[in-house]
Design a protein around this ligand. Structure first.
Ligand code: HAM
Length: 437
């Protein structure tokens, strides 16, 4: 009989995998802290209602939801955004603004498994509440870029595509579409990259075939790749709303340029994001080669806090996934080797020497030095072999003859040189050796 296995799309983290994950988390955490974001956490299980209608059809179809023993409809969280909106909304009056929060947590979506897509994955979420202006977008996109460059990734490796649902709505309104039609078109635009022309089938079923000239305008708009091009396409509409929006665009791009980040950013109206709650700027990060699914995604969602029962509070944020990030780091050779080696391996003569060795081992460990020793008495030769294989930089030898003289032998496992030190000075000698003195 085959043994038990983890469920499809769920991962076991063996120590080596865990250390890779820690590397990713550590970088995200220290970067967020440099940007002045505060860390929070939340429940993995939430009322199902938190996601139905708020997150959009795609996520709704992927929920790990069920009825609990108290007859409540609940769901494992597929994303953090509704939860963080609920939390901030409940205490909004008491929180100093702008509210800049981040979290690192696991999420669950019943997706079809494929490269870069699992059913349980981690995200780094960063969100700003209480800032309506594009300063929040600048801060978050800069954070997103730094979260990737912190690993050693460069502009050759990834980029951020910046788009704007507001601008899409204004544009579609100017073309004569009503709100429902505009939403239908945006969901077609969202699918266009993957499905091509078939993306418009859903629209045709709901609203009738899109007239050829309008379709050409939509396809032209989604291919826009620069601010100048955008301005010239919008100029003939002579709309104040559109011009005001272009001023916001310029502020975002100028702010990021001043931070030296222009090379990471592409204007790309082809991105509209599948989640239903976005209201303004939206952005996604991808690897340059286009091998992987999205590394990160986010945008502005000014209505969600209120929709979830909180005050009217503008918000913008993004999430980076650990799966695609990990794949990209592996591809680029930027994932550090697994380091499990102790600093010191203690070789023990026998039962009689164990007492002295144990006292010193514990004292060394209490100062943070990583120490290993054999659980059972074995021949010296075998212990030295284990010491060498352990990757330790030095061995401490507790032999009967040495202890009788009140000394311990220190062996440098790299050049095999040995010397004796007084037992009282073992801690000091080890620390000196490890600090390279
Ligand atoms: P999202 O685009 O659904 O946005 O997910 C963000 C990132 O999480 C994706 O770019 C991807 O790297 C990762 N991700 C999503 N689904 C999976 C999966 N099944 N397997 C592996 N990785 C995955 C959101 O979740 C928004 N709540 C982000 C946000 C925060 N918006 C505002 N604040």
């Amino acid at each position: 009989m085959a043994g038990f296995q983890s469920l499809p799309g769920f991962r076991d983290f063996y120590p080596e995998d865990f250390s890779r994950r820690q590397h990713i988390f550590r970088n995200w955490r220290s970067t967020a802290s440099a940007f002045g974001f505060q860390e929070y956490d939340a429940p993995v299980l939430e009322p199902l209602e938190l996601y139905t209608t708020k997150s959009g059809d795609e996520i709704e179809g992927q929920l790990f939801s069920f009825k609990d023993k108290g007859e409540r409809m609940v769901s494992l969280r597929p994303e953090m955004t509704p939860t963080v909106c609920r939390m901030v909304g409940a205490k909004a009056g008491a929180l100093k603004r702008p509210i800049k929060w981040f979290s690192i947590a696991e999420f669950y979506r019943y997706e079809r498994q494929q490269k870069g897509r699992l059913r349980a994955f981690n995200q780094f979420n960063a969100d700003i509440f209480g800032e309506a202006g594009p300063e929040a977008e600048i801060e978050l996109i800069a954070l997103l870029v730094q979260c990737m460059t912190g690993f050693g990734l460069t502009k050759e490796d990834f980029y951020v595509r910046l788009s704007d649902r507001d601008l899409w709505f204004f544009y579609l309104e100017a073309l004569g579409f009503n709100d429902a039609q505009a939403r239908g078109i945006l969901s077609a635009v969202d699918r266009f990259e993957k499905m091509g022309d078939d993306a418009f089938k859903g629209y045709a079923e709901a609203h009738g075939e899109l007239p050829a000239d309008k379709k050409a305008s939509v396809l032209g708009f989604l291919k826009i790749r620069g601010l100048e091009e955008l301005s010239s396409v919008l100029a003939p509409f002579n709309s104040e709303k559109l011009s005001a929006r272009l001023v916001d665009w310029k502020r975002v791009l100028d702010g990021l340029a001043a931070m030296g980040l222009s090379d990471f950013i592409t204007v790309d109206l082809g991105v509209v994001r599948g989640l239903a709650y976005y209201t303004g700027f939206v952005f996604e990060a991808f690897d340059r080669k286009g091998d992987l699914r999205a590394l990160a995604g986010g945008g502005r969602y000014n209505d969600l806090v209120k929709k979830l029962g909180g005050p009217d509070l503008p918000a913008v944020g993004f999430a980076i996934g650990d799966v695609t990030t990990g794949l990209l780091l592996e591809q680029r050779g930027l994932m550090p080797a697994f380091a499990a080696a102790p600093d010191v391996y203690v070789v023990i003569g026998g039962a009689a020497e164990r007492t002295a060795a144990f006292a010193d081992i514990h004292a060394l460990r209490a100062t943070g030095i990583r120490v290993e020793y054999p659980f059972k008495d074995t021949a010296f030769g075998k212990q030295f072999k284990v010491a060498a294989e352990s990757g330790a930089k030095l061995a401490l030898i507790y032999g009967g003859d040495e202890l009788a003289k009140g000394v311990v032998k220190i062996r440098n496992l790299t050049d095999r040189s040995e010397r004796e030190v007084a037992r009282e000075a073992v801690g000091l000698s080890v620390r000196e050796f490890l600090s390279g003195r």
